[in-house]
Design a protein around this ligand. Structure first.
Ligand SMILES: N[C@@H](CCC(=O)N[C@@H](CS)C(=O)NCC(=O)O)C(=O)O
Length: 203
């Protein structure tokens, strides 16, 4: 198996934190996405979405989408971490929160970064006003996370789940790439974030 990635990119970080939490090692191949290697014919043969991460299971079988890759490893690994939840209700709550973090957090954050920085202007039209609007939407989402973490220890309830991994990557990305000051401004997000940093997988 091979994981095609850019280790520092947020979508790959989601997979990498997940794999570290499970204690899974996999061979890595670094892809030059800024140089467009992910748009090449060879990559196109493997990937449906032309993004990283991409998991090669064998020569004919590939998976893209970070959450699908996490789910695959969760299913093929014997573990009792239940990062996708354990009971029917927990599984639904993890799915719900993970989707909320993706739709209201990660997607606008990526849109803000891509449209404001123009890093992919060689492959898409960048619209500054859409970048600004997307950044505003991420900022408006943060109070909901703060409220949830005031009521619950983790994003989807009492246990660490993949929703925490998604939200952790979101907060790190917003601070580093969108210059949003979150740690220190939101006390419950800050406490949760600092607690996760004590966990080996989040280093
Ligand atoms: N929904 C996808 C998003 C993947 C994604 O946006 N990957 C970025 C890096 S974080 C990428 O490959 N960008 C290169 C490009 O858009 O050409 C996932 O979760 O895997």
């Amino acid at each position: 198996m091979k994981l095609y990635e850019v280790a520092a990119s947020p979508s790959c970080r989601r997979v990498n934190i997940f794999l570290k939490a499970l204690g899974v090692e996999v061979e890595r191949v670094t892809v030059n996405i800024r140089g467009g290697e992910n748009l090449s014919e060879a990559y196109r043969q493997m990937s449906v979405n032309l993004k990283v991460p991409l998991l090669e299971i064998d020569a004919e079988t590939h998976l893209c989408e970070s959450l699908a890759i996490c789910r695959y490893f969760d299913e093929i690994t014997t573990n009792h971490q239940y990062l996708f939840g354990q009971t029917a209700l927990e599984k639904a709550q993890v799915e719900m929160w993970n989707r909320i973090v993706e739709w209201q957090g990660l997607i606008p954050a990526f849109q803000a970064f891509r449209n404001l920085s123009g890093v992919y202007r060689d492959r898409e039209t960048c619209i500054n006003s859409w970048g600004e609007e997307s950044k505003k939407r991420v900022s408006e989402f943060l109070p909901l996370l703060e409220q949830q973490l005031q009521q619950q220890r983790y994003i989807a309830g009492k246990k660490l789940t993949v929703a925490d991994i998604s939200a952790y990557v979101l907060i790190t990305f917003c601070e580093a790439q969108l210059q949003l000051v979150i740690i220190g401004s939101y006390p419950h997000i800050s406490d949760w974030y600092q607690a996760l940093q004590q966990h080996d997988a989040f280093l």
